[in-house]
Design a binder for this molecule. Structure first.
Ligand code: 5IU
Length: 250
């Protein structure tokens, strides 16, 4: 007998973290489970991309340290305006991986001052439970496994990582290529409708696969959208594909 995943409405009852609540409400409102990975390298490209995909996404995933002309007034202020205008959250994919004291500095200091603008951040759990204490006022999505060939996130690692993720109050979700406990929201990158890999170790699955087999909650799509000739149409296609896959998995 095939197991049925639980709905976003039911997840609202068990995922209490305020950022989880916001994401789930946006998903239901916009009928979207799409997160666009904005791996572009200038402020102009970033803002142009967001204008096109903003209406279709629940969150925008950034790698803010690849923006070559980063400027907090020119980059972050308009980004925050667009997030408010189109109702999505800002997810900085920083993948923190150091001791708590260092992460605390990387989170709030330097040029990027991530704590000033990100709604959620990704973090490795490699440094242990206490290292995650520093992420106050933000939601943490823990990296539990990776989509790339040869990743070291084997079953033993994943089991230990999940234990930290479910028990830490700052963590409300996980990035993984496998099922995780229902009390966490699952984010799955490595999603593409056209390609199966990128020749650099990335491995892709379809939205259909990740909703049915992994019971994911949110798909993360980068090149499938921002490299497309028609970015807005691609975002809409992935949004519809993601939502249909979610509904079919219920
Ligand atoms: N990303 C992955 N796989 C992972 C993790 C993060 O692809 O396991 I953790 C990131 C890397 C990139 C985005 O920013 O998700 C996927 O981009 P493409 O859809 O362009 O491959």
């Amino acid at each position: 007998k095939e197991e049925k995943r639980i709905s976003y409405e039911d997840k609202l009852k068990i995922c209490e973290h305020s950022v989880a609540q916001k994401l789930l409400h946006i998903a239901i409102q916009k009928k979207s489970n799409l997160i666009v990975s904005a791996d572009v390298t200038t402020t102009a490209e970033l803002l142009k991309l967001v204008e096109l995909v903003g209406p279709h996404i629940v969150a925008l995933k950034t790698h803010i340290d690849i923006i070559s002309d980063f400027d907090s007034d020119q980059t972050i202020l308009p980004l925050k305006d667009l997030a408010a205008k189109y109702n999505f959250l800002l997810m900085e994919d920083r993948k923190f991986a150091d001791i708590g004291n260092t992460q605390e500095l990387q989170f709030s200091m330097g040029v990027f001052k991530i704590s000033n603008w990100a709604d959620l951040v990704t973090a490795q759990v490699i440094a242990g439970y206490d290292s995650l204490d520093c992420f106050r006022n933000v939601g943490v999505v823990a990296i539990l496994s990776m989509s790339s060939t040869g990743t070291l996130t084997d079953m033993e690692y994943r089991e230990q990582a999940v234990k930290i993720a479910v028990s830490h109050p700052n963590v409300f979700g996980g990035v993984a290529q496998n099922k995780i406990p229902n009390e966490l929201l699952l984010f799955t990158p490595g999603v593409n409708l056209a390609d199966s890999g990128d020749g650099k170790g990335q491995q892709y699955n379809t939205p259909e696969y990740v909703f049915k087999k992994l019971e994911t909650d949110f798909i993360i799509v980068g090149r499938g959208i921002y490299k497309s000739d028609d970015v807005e149409k691609a975002a809409l296609n992935y949004k519809i594909a993601g939502w249909n896959a979610y509904e079919n998995s219920l």
